[in-house]
Design a protein around this ligand. Sequence first.
Ligand SMILES: [Zn+2]
Length: 376
Amino acid sequence: MADPSPSRSFELHAEDGAARAGVLRTAHGEVRTPVFMPVGTKAAVKTLHPDEVRALGAQIVLANTYHLHFRPGEELVRELGGLHRFMAWDGPILTDSGGFQVFSLRDTIVRVDDDAVAFRSVYDGSEARFTPELAAGVQASLGSDIAMCLDQVPAAGVSRRVLEEAVRRTTLWAERQRDLPRAPGQLRFGITQGGTDPELRRRSTEEIVELGFDGNAIGGLAIGEDRDLMFETTDAAAALLPADRPRYFMGIGDPEGILEVIEAGIDMFDCVLPTRTARTGSALTPAGRLNLRNARFARDERPLDETCDCPACERFSRAYIRHLVNQDELLALRLLSLHNLRFLVSLTDGARDAIERGAFAGYKRDRLERLKCPDS
Ligand SMILES: [Zn+2]
């Protein structure tokens, strides 16, 4: 199957300031943007059935190349009909390249050179190597709809020299990965680096854009740098990305962050936040986070969020969910995951509606004001 051309795979429907609403067409269906992508690290959104993920309004899920390469291995997944069939999710899937995992597990890195990054696997400590060729091959075998380029992700606060080296190597690896074989219909996105250094971010963006990927991602942010500087960098970087292709901010999912990157003109973002927050016994609400361990919820008969239509809020009280959290009942994880994911999907749907009405600035202001005034 021929790869869809970029102009056919992404279409903008509305613009409101720099914010955009559009449709991304993939081999497994359309994705309306802006879109929040839940993370299914090991081919599962933790504790949730794929039908539940779909019913919450999620349109596309992310799966993790690093983890699936080691367990169960991409060849096994390919043999069993590819990742969609394996995890019984027939909608769009984006796979990352493994670059973020390799470089964030810093202690496991053995060496990095222009050919590859060598590291010790977190599963059994054996030495492994990731190259652009391997990243492309794993993602082709998995058969995801969107494959990402292997990038070098430096930690926040490294020297300019280290940052510059990562920019150079990320471009070199993107050039190598660009024309390698893909799964049928698979789109391929480039990733920019450069931290919050304006000149290096610009250089990386121009070099990656020049390679003509189906979409472009902003990588190497939301890793602990100053938040205002991160948003400033995102504004500038998004403006340098071509308007006719999707723009993906990697790894943001807090409500304020989502609204900020949408305002900057970002179309896609992902985060483990909804399920990770669930594991801490907390719920995301329009007025901020609720920590269900707090004694004030012991007799609270209200749902987690009175405005929410998720399966947790439809039937269960804060008092009951607090009890489940305190007793480490598995149902607590499921109910909080269902709710938190629904919350971020609704927040993003609301942003898309607002952009289509030309009312995004007001929507953002209103949502941020409510977040700052906890009322429960
Ligand atoms: Zn809910």
